[in-house]
Design a binder for this molecule. Structure first.
Ligand code: SAM
Length: 276
């Protein structure tokens, strides 16, 4: 019979955040697959747990996931942990989880800390809908491209960033998104935990670039289509007409669309063009 794969969340700073179930799982499995075995060893020593470790990090995910699957197929139970928080969330995990599912191995989540979730709940921004981005590319051009895509996203954005890249990322965000409201959730669950809230420009001048952080960006005020309509309504009626004409709309469709964009009666728009 196959063993089971446990995806175990570990603390993101405060060791007291480990759950009782996580500790029980780590004690009961046959192996622990860890992102950085030295790091996990410290956690295990703290809780007096001794287990054989398998190193499983981003660069060896493909090969090591095969090793993990083999052991699971031999009936061994394995816990997967990352250096901090929930495995698979901007951390290794995806590969072995996919393979386990393909081979009908049971995958069991052991919930716990996740920086993204704890950052957004205290940001003060909408938690109804949000978009988790994780790390933006380190390449400026790709960072800009991604932010352009997100510019009109109405949802709260959650971005992970390393402290030494925070300033340049905030500058790029200011360039692309404009001076939006953001929140920097820093050193979550640790002694120097803080939430810095304000416009990007204000935060750029005041924030200290140290400590782990999550950037939360308040969702856009208007969607891309609303922005397009707003731009169209700044045109003259004739220019507005031409815009749809060039898109191949019929006269009837143009009048209908202009009336909709400008919140006018169709007859009014029709009359305007008739009079001309
Ligand atoms: N798997 C983790 C999770 O569940 O949140 C995330 C791992 S990712 C490699 C590390 C990033 O998470 C950091 O660069 C930072 O953006 C964020 N992070 C992790 N711990 C944090 C903390 N205590 N305070 C603020 N951000 C944290």
């Amino acid at each position: 019979m196959n063993g089971e794969l446990y995806i175990v969340a570990t603390p993101i700073g405060n060791l007291n955040d480990i759950t009782i179930r996580a500790l029980e799982t780590l004690k009961n499995v046959d192996y622990i697959a860890a992102e950085d075995t030295r790091h996990t060893l410290k956690l295990l020593n703290y809780f007096d747990i001794s287990k054989p470790l398998i190193s499983y990090y981003k660069e060896n995910e493909k090969t090591k996931s095969e090793v993990i699957i083999e052991k699971l197929e031999e009936g061994k139970n394995i816990a997967l942990v990352s250096d901090a928080g929930t495995p698979g969330i901007s951390d290794p995990g995806e590969e072995v989880i996919k393979k386990a599912i393909e081979r009908n191995i049971k995958v069991i989540p052991i919930p716990g800390a996740c920086a993204a979730i704890n950052a957004i709940i205290c940001s003060g921004f909408s938690t109804k809908e949000f978009e988790f981005i994780g790390f933006l590319s380190a390449k400026k051009s790709e960072k800009v491209k991604k932010l352009e895509e997100l510019k009109y996203d109405l949802r709260t954005l959650i971005i992970y960033e390393a402290p030494h890249k925070l300033e340049s990322t905030l500058n790029t965000m200011l360039e692309v998104l404009g001076d939006r409201n953001i929140c920097i959730a820093r050193e979550l669950t640790k002694i120097h935990e803080e939430f810095i809230r304000g416009k990007i420009s204000e935060i750029l001048n005041s924030v200290e670039y140290r400590g782990e952080c999550v950037i939360l960006v308040e969702g856009a005020k208007i969607s891309k289509s609303e922005q397009n309509i707003e731009n169209l309504t700044k045109l003259s009626l004739d220019e507005h007409y031409k815009y749809y004409e060039e898109k191949g709309f019929s006269k009837k469709e143009i009048v209908k669309q202009i009336a909709k964009d400008r919140k006018l009666e169709k007859n009014e728009v029709y009359q305007y063009f008739l009079d001309k």
